[in-house]
Ligand binder design. Structure first.
Ligand SMILES: [Zn+2]
Length: 335
């Protein structure tokens, strides 16, 4: 009996040694918005999701706007006239997402797929505007860099509305200002909401006239174009944003490879000058790879910028979750 007691004691000691040894070890889990993309087969569809026509303050009629985007290789378009739903009488040219841009003096908000058209927009606040978008519709804050809202102001709405999916990170009206723009606001929001709440970045022309055509776009990674596939991609962040504000010679992403064993993300791309890795608003690495388990500068999320000679791509963010599964006692019991 005594022999077994010693063995039992030995096993307890051995177990506590392992607990001590691993007590500083944190498992790092990555949530990858591109996880079900088959990079060898997937199709990439260009989409502009912020477009005005003559029906509000744009310069061109809807048929011409559709023609212009089709001729630039776009497959998906959302016409988002101000506080008004505009739709062509007949369209077989391009996949149209039902859209609107809400707001006058309020923060502008883009609504997609399913919403009520406001009758008295002047009297509504942003909270009431977001309620006009149905649960199976989506909302995106337009050009946040034009306003002086606090980061917590945005976060409050992201916590309240699950179908509020992101902010416009690329919009020509804000890109001209260099000091503090939409990308800075995106990083500040992500630093506070991630990893629990993803906030996607959208890139649009905010088309009013032909000088805005094809500056920024969203590239959807889907197998075929239909409402279901597009909704799934928008909701899950399965797209990235592109800007060709300097020209048309864009970088090309061949593949994103995540190796969980090595703890590494690798971007295989062509025609780029550099790849920048950003976490909580700081540039933490440059190059095609990052070790996401070992880099102490990685905080709540990682996002990637692929910079080319004439244009650039921003990926949607990867959430970084740290689990303390090997802690002794486990963190959930330690409270
Ligand atoms: Zn607009």
């Amino acid at each position: 009996m005594k022999k077994y007691s010693f063995l039992f004691l030995f096993l307890i000691l051995l177990n506590s040694c392992f607990s001590i040894k691993f007590s500083n070890y944190e498992e790092v889990i990555l949530i990858n918005p591109y996880k079900d993309v088959n990079w060898d087969k997937v199709k990439r569809y260009k989409a502009n999701l912020h477009t005005h026509t003559k029906e509000s303050d744009g310069k061109e009629p809807i048929e011409k706007v559709i023609f212009l985007y089709k001729s630039r290789g776009y497959s998906i378009l959302s016409i988002t006239d101000h506080n008004k739903f505009t739709y062509p009488s007949d369209n077989k040219e391009i996949f149209l997402i039902k859209g609107i841009e809400f707001g006058k003096n309020q923060h502008h908000i883009l609504g997609y797929f399913s919403f009520k058209v406001p009758e008295n927009i002047e009297n509504l606040n942003e909270d009431e505007i977001l309620k006009l978008i149905s649960e199976d519709g989506f909302a995106v804050f337009s050009h946040p860099g034009r306003y002086n809202k606090s980061i917590d102001w945005y976060i409050n709405f992201f916590e309240k509305y699950p179908n509020l999916l992101g902010i416009e990170v690329l919009n020509p009206s804000v890109q001209k200002k260099k000091s503090y723009g939409d990308t800075d606001i995106w990083d500040e929001i992500l630093s506070k909401t991630m990893p629990e709440r993803q906030v996607w970045g959208f890139g649009n022309d905010d088309f009013h006239n032909i000088t805005h055509l094809s500056i920024n776009w969203n590239e959807f990674l889907i197998d075929k174009i239909n409402e279901e596939e597009i909704k799934k991609a928008i909701k899950g962040g399965k797209f990235y944003i592109c800007s060709a504000i300097l020209g048309f010679d864009m970088p090309y992403i061949k593949k994103i490879i995540i190796d969980g064993k090595k703890g590494e993300i690798k971007i295989e791309a062509e025609n780029y000058k550099k790849i920048r890795w950003i976490s909580n608003g700081k540039l933490i690495e440059e190059g095609e790879k990052i070790k996401y388990k070992k880099n102490p500068d990685i905080k709540n999320y990682i996002r990637v910028e692929i910079i080319g000679e004439q244009g650039f791509i921003y990926l949607n963010p990867f959430a970084v979750i740290r689990s303390s599964a090997f802690h002794c006692p486990p963190r959930r019991w330690a409270k």
